[in-house]
Design a protein around this ligand. Structure first.
Ligand code: ZN
Length: 367
């Protein structure tokens, strides 16, 4: 027999005060604040917000790989994120092992399959075209079709070596053959940004879109590249993918001025940038966007509704009676905090987001 848990006096991001009732893993009722009845009442006294569980579109959660690896729950529910998307840590060789490692985790996991069969076993995984094994890729996609939600291609110089744009052309072909969209990592060239943008289609994702490297999406004068505007027009999504080296306050300020907003905010978290910064956790990354002047709704929608829509899993982006409960409980504190970007630039903010707890597949856990 299960009991009813009442999350009492919580606010939605739009400011509505409610009680949310949970039973048998599901949201069973949403009632005016203070009126929910149940065996276990947790009263938040109007001090916290509640949203559907946060979704991080770009993490590295395969523990065996170094440097880009971590433990699923360490980057998942323990930081308020109830669903993670592993962004190509594994290719066809090791994806089955990533799937196996989910058995011991509470966090919901999906993955972009690296187009290189070796994945991030090496960090120049596209430097040898023999590693782009089409047969193995397609077999893996068929076998793990509910787990794999897209393909990952890291298109920057240290990854592709002398192969230039060729791995992205192959990725494009894999994408049209399998029907899976691409998440493309950008960074230092060659290949150059215009060459990359030309190959992206509707529903593809550019991750690291606010990086401060020379080969980025804005020209010397801070204007968005015309080909970026065309890509957005075609339906290409922009994802933050903060990471150790890929979030610049300067670029983020240019993007905001130029009205080039994110579709999704993700961390690109793994052991080193979780423990030593500049990522730390999703709340810290979201705090940076509040600092930049985006509203709380814009920021939280980027890790809930927008991510869930892209995933074609609307239930992960809403709070709705009858759904399995995946929720994030957090506060916005009026507290000074120093924020650091990937270039070492520091900004002093006056507000920060703090995670208080999660409900993950119906289980309430305080953080
Ligand atoms: Zn990454």
């Amino acid at each position: 027999m299960t009991i009813t848990i009442v999350l009492r006096n919580v606010k939605t991001v739009k400011g509505t005060a409610v009680d949310i009732l949970l039973k048998n893993k599901k949201i069973v009722d949403i009632v005016p604040s203070g009126t929910g009845i149940g065996e276990n009442i947790i009263d938040y006294q109007h001090k916290v917000f509640i949203s559907s569980g946060w979704i991080d579109m770009h993490v590295h959660a395969f523990p065996e790989f170094y440097p880009y690896g971590d433990v699923i729950d360490e980057v998942g529910y323990k930081t308020g994120v109830t669903t993670i998307i592993d962004a190509g840590s594994t290719g066809a060789d090791r994806l089955p092992d990533l799937v196996d490692s989910c058995i011991n985790a509470k966090t919901n996991v999906f993955a972009f399959l690296n187009i290189s069969q070796i994945g991030l076993q090496r960090i120049d995984e596209l430097a040898n075209l023999n590693w782009l094994n089409e047969e193995k890729l397609k077999k893996t996609i068929v076998e793990y079709k509910d787990f794999i939600i897209g393909l990952k291609a890291r298109i920057s110089n240290s990854v592709v070596g002398s192969n230039g744009i060729e791995p992205l052309k192959i990725a494009r072909r894999f994408s049209s053959d399998t029907g899976l969209p691409l998440m493309v990592h950008i960074g230092s060239g060659p290949p150059g940004m215009n060459e990359i943008l030309d190959l992206l289609e509707k529903k593809d994702i550019i991750t690291h879109y606010l990086n401060g490297k020379a080969n980025n999406l804005f020209d010397q004068a801070g204007q968005p590249l015309p080909k970026l505007l065309q890509a957005i027009e075609r339906g290409v999504h922009l994802d933050v993918g903060h990471g150790t080296a890929s979030f610049s306050f300067k670029t983020a300020e240019i993007a905001k001025q130029g009205n080039i907003p994110f579709d999704t905010i993700s961390t690109d978290i793994y052991r080193n940038n979780r423990l030593n910064g500049p990522v730390y956790n999703m709340a810290n990354v979201l705090t940076k966007f509040l600092y930049l002047g985006y509203s709380l709704t814009e920021v939280i929608d980027a890790v809930t509704i927008h991510a869930a829509e892209w995933l074609n899993k609307p239930e992960l982006g809403r709070i709705s009676v009858g759904d399995i409960a995946n929720l994030t409980i957090f506060s916005v504190e009026d507290e000074a905090i120093s924020l650091i970007d990937s270039e070492g630039a520091v900004r002093e903010a006056k507000q920060k987001i703090d995670v208080k707890g999660v409900v993950i597949n119906g289980e309430f856990i305080e953080c």
